[in-house]
Write a protein that binds this ligand. Structure first.
Ligand SMILES: [Zn+2]
Length: 288
């Protein structure tokens, strides 16, 4: 692994590691204008909430998820729903975005803290008729990866999954899309024609049933920090093989758990700000 790749991997690991329980920040957005702060540990002011239901899109697992993000992230997800529908796919199921002010998510990841991350499930096996929000709470789409982690489960894999992943990489402002290494390998082995979009599909731990879409910092956000872009090429190379080589390597002794990254100082004011009058519960959030 090159030094640059090792650095990105270390950073990603810190961003995606499970966060310890922390007192939940307020459940209302901090007033705008938009401010997106940090990388990994971070926060957001002026967040918008994704609607629970939109053309081609449904949120799921809402009792333990948060659906707030930068307006650019929300617009891109709504566009993904529309494009998925136009491609003949079932409604996309969207899970966690960020909390209303960002910061650590309940029982979630260290990432998803600044309104620029979204989990979208890769379940295209059957139509998704629009259910009441409460009835979507227990939906748990299955893993697409074999138990040994070396390949996708051919019984569960559908060409539409590749279509959905390709659509995600084509969204405005998308930075990268994380999936299980077996899913990346399946794409490497089967995608023909235009393969340029594979560059943005990056292998990562877990992510066997959903993709994690990371968006770039919106324009005009100097406090928002950004990972370096993925290297050129389709990523179907030694950097992917590395993941499978690890499966054959002898297990390493567990390292010391790292303390969670600290929230940037600028986030303390955002967490403490009184809500804007317009941030009172809407009919959408009241239905949760
Ligand atoms: Zn995620």
């Amino acid at each position: 692994m090159t030094a640059a790749r090792a650095w990105v991997a270390t950073l990603l690991a810190a961003l995606l590691a499970a966060a310890p329980a922390i007192a939940a920040p307020p459940q209302t957005p901090a007033p705008g204008p938009l401010r997106v702060i940090g990388l990994g540990a971070g926060c957001i002011a002026g967040a918008e909430r994704l609607p629970d239901t939109a053309p081609g899109l449904q949120t799921i697992r809402s009792s333990h998820s948060s659906f707030w993000g930068a307006p650019t992230s929300i617009a891109a997800l709504l566009l993904l729903g529309q494009r998925a529908r136009a491609a003949g796919l079932p409604d996309i199921y969207v899970g966690d975005l960020s909390g209303p002010r960002g910061g650590p998510l309940r029982g979630g990841h260290v990432s998803h803290q600044r309104g620029l991350d979204a989990d979208v499930w890769l379940d295209v096996s059957a139509p998704h008729p629009v259910l009441p929000v409460a009835a979507r709470d227990t939906l748990d789409p299955p893993s697409l990866v074999r138990p040994d982690g070396r390949a996708v489960d051919p019984q569960r894999w559908r060409p539409g999954i590749a279509t959905l992943l390709r659509l995600a990489t084509g969204l405005p402002g998308v930075d990268r899309v994380l999936v299980n290494p077996a899913i990346k390998r399946q794409l490497c082995q089967t995608v023909t024609g235009d393969r340029a979009w594979l560059r943005l599909i990056r292998p990562w731990y877990g992510h066997s049933a959903h993709m994690h879409i990371s968006f770039q910092c919106p324009p005009g956000q100097p406090e928002c920090r950004q990972l370096p872009p993925p290297p050129p090429g389709d990523g179907c190379d030694a950097s992917l093989q590395w993941w499978f080589d690890q499966m054959d390597a002898p297990p390493r002794p567990p390292g010391k758990p790292k303390p969670p990254p600290k929230l940037p100082a600028a986030c303390l004011a955002i967490m403490a700000a009184p809500p804007a009058p317009t941030a009172l519960p809407t009919t959408t959030s009241a239905r949760r």
